[in-house]
Design a protein around this ligand. Structure first.
Ligand code: NI
Length: 149
């Protein structure tokens, strides 16, 4: 199995706030990231797809199609947006690197028709990133009532 990765960048603003916390708790937990005026990041997304190269094309998937999917699902949706206000899928969630990576996984996974989505890595800055993988999504899936861990 081969893993192929495409990278895409977008710039967006956010701030961290949980309406269930008091103003003091928000400030304590989120620090300067709680400033309601927000701040910006230049995000970098690395999307990895795993599969066997097609013998005829030598490719795991059509990379032009992957580029179009990333443009449509990630860049068009998030670039130069305020993530707290302009991305409905993040409503009610703190727009952390972790939550945005998980959202990008959810947006891309149904669109990948050749190979399978293996990892979404989202860099919020050069020294901070979050990974979302199939294992992570499986761990987070709600369990059936009475089911065991
Ligand atoms: Ni931030």
């Amino acid at each position: 199995m081969i893993r192929v990765t495409r990278k895409v960048e977008f710039s967006a603003a956010h701030f961290y706030h949980n309406p269930d916390f008091s103003p003091e708790e928000n400030r304590r937990v989120f620090g300067k990231c709680n400033n309601p005026h927000g701040h910006g990041h230049n995000y970098v997304v690395e999307v990895t797809v795993a599969g066997e190269p097609d013998p005829a094309t030598g490719m795991v998937l059509d990379l032009m199609e992957l580029k179009e999917i990333l443009q449509r699902e990630v860049v068009d949706r998030m670039d130069h947006r305020h993530l707290n206000y302009e991305v409905p899928e993040l409503a009610g969630k703190v727009p952390t690197c972790e939550n945005i990576a998980a959202l990008i996984w959810d947006l891309l996974e149904p669109r990948i028709r050749q190979g399978r989505l293996d990892r979404v890595r989202l860099y919020e800055s050069p020294d901070l990133f979050a990974d979302c993988t199939a294992d992570a999504k499986a761990d987070a899936a709600p369990r059936a009532p009475g089911g065991r861990a």
